[in-house]
Design a protein around this ligand. Structure first.
Ligand code: ACO
Length: 327
């Protein structure tokens, strides 16, 4: 019999440094009004100069383990979703595994940009579903401040740094992940990319290592793909939109989130939003949002929670989680 992967622990870490829109007005030709109207973002957090992805991941991971009551040595696997690790290898996950003392765990990183967390929990759930592993730590940790061109107003106002983590444990249901829907369209790599360090594609004349993005193209695919993915994941779980208690979407842009909520027919109070405080923290945004939704008392046992994300690739995914820690 297939097992259900329950979320039993959650944690988050946001760097102390707050950067407001007003501060960005002094760096680039932008305005608080433009940023808030187009994105909903008021401020974001930026990592300290000496702070890297694994530092933030470790802090979020320790909190998630404490909430779950799971000892690090009980973990079978650590997955870190990130595109901003301090090293290509060893993986950020291996650094985290060692630092938290998860000496019996396997570890690997997963790159699906802003869709990293949904991809990582879907991967972890397969291991739990088949009975291969029983306790898995999934972390999203990003320091986009290091891959932003701080003279490009089209991108630098959108992102922030942070980390979020969850512990997944095996259960017999009914709580746990009920379904996943994942997709990708790699036909337009030019609309959102970051060059690697191992040679550039032939058509690229730029040689920087900053995010390059055609915002309006990304916007269109984001709304379409997130809406479709949610509908498919709900149908696969045997649920309808009326059964959804809370949508916890990737926090890229308030307008995108509201458009998806509207297309799905969800009331605004069922759509979690915290992009105003943190900007887009990529793979960290959903676990950070989940933590805050729990802290705010918005989630109770047997609620149907939907995660949905999109990111570079382009790649997208949705999952339906029946909440319940089993405690
Ligand atoms: N301040 C002031 N003006 C700006 C700024 C800024 N920060 N940025 C762009 N503008 C200007 C543009 O130059 C343009 O001016 P023009 O009309 O004179 O040419 C005007 O504002 C409108 O630009 P648009 O790009 O059409 O604005 P839009 O309404 O599409 O909003 C935005 C831009 C916020 C980027 C939106 O398209 C968006 O959110 N797209 C999705 C981006 C996203 O979510 N990316 C996530 C990446 S996920 C990952 O995996 C990394």
């Amino acid at each position: 019999m297939l097992k259900y992967a329950r979320v039993t622990g959650w944690g988050k870490y946001l760097p102390d440094k707050v950067v407001t829109n007003q501060e960005l007005e002094k760096k680039v030709n932008t305005s608080d009004t433009w940023i808030q109207t187009r994105t909903g973002i008021k401020e974001r957090r930026l990592a300290a100069d000496d702070e890297v992805a694994s530092d933030m991941a470790i802090k979020a991971a320790k909190d998630a383990l404490a909430v779950a009551g799971v000892k690090p040595e009980q973990l079978d696997l650590v997955i870190v979703a990130t595109v901003t690790p301090e090293m290509i290898f060893p993986s950020c996950a291996s650094l985290v595994q060692h630092a938290i003392g998860a000496k019996n765990a396997a570890a690997f990183d997963l790159n699906a940009a802003c869709n990293g967390f949904v991809s990582a929990v879907s991967t972890a759930s397969q291991y739990i579903g088949t009975g291969t592993y029983k306790k898995i730590l999934v972390v999203g940790s990003e320091v986009y401040s290091r891959i932003l061109d701080w003279t490009d107003r089209g991108t630098c106002v959108l992102f922030g740094d942070g980390a979020g983590a969850v512990v997944l444990e095996t259960g017999d249901g009914p709580a746990g992940f009920l379904s996943f829907n994942m997709g990708s369209d790699g036909s337009k790599p030019d609309i959102l990319y970051l060059l690697g360090i191992c040679g550039a594609p032939a058509n690229k004349v730029d040689d920087n290592h900053y995010i390059s993005m055609n915002g309006s193209e990304v916007y269109k695919v984001a709304v379409r793909s997130m809406t479709k993915s949610c509908k498919k994941a709900l149908a696969d779980a045997g649920l309808t939109i009326n059964d959804v208690n809370l949508l916890v979407p990737h926090q890229a842009n308030k307008r995108i989130i509201q458009a998806v909520g509207k297309k799905l027919g969800l009331n605004e109070d069922k759509v979690f939003l915290n992009v105003q405080k943190y900007g887009n923290t990529s793979a960290a945004s959903i676990p950070i949002a989940l933590c805050e939704a729990v802290e705010q008392g918005l989630i109770k046992d047997n609620d149907n929670i939907v995660f949905v994300a999109f990111g570079a690739g382009l790649s997208w995914g949705a999952s339906v989680l029946k909440w319940g820690t089993g405690r």
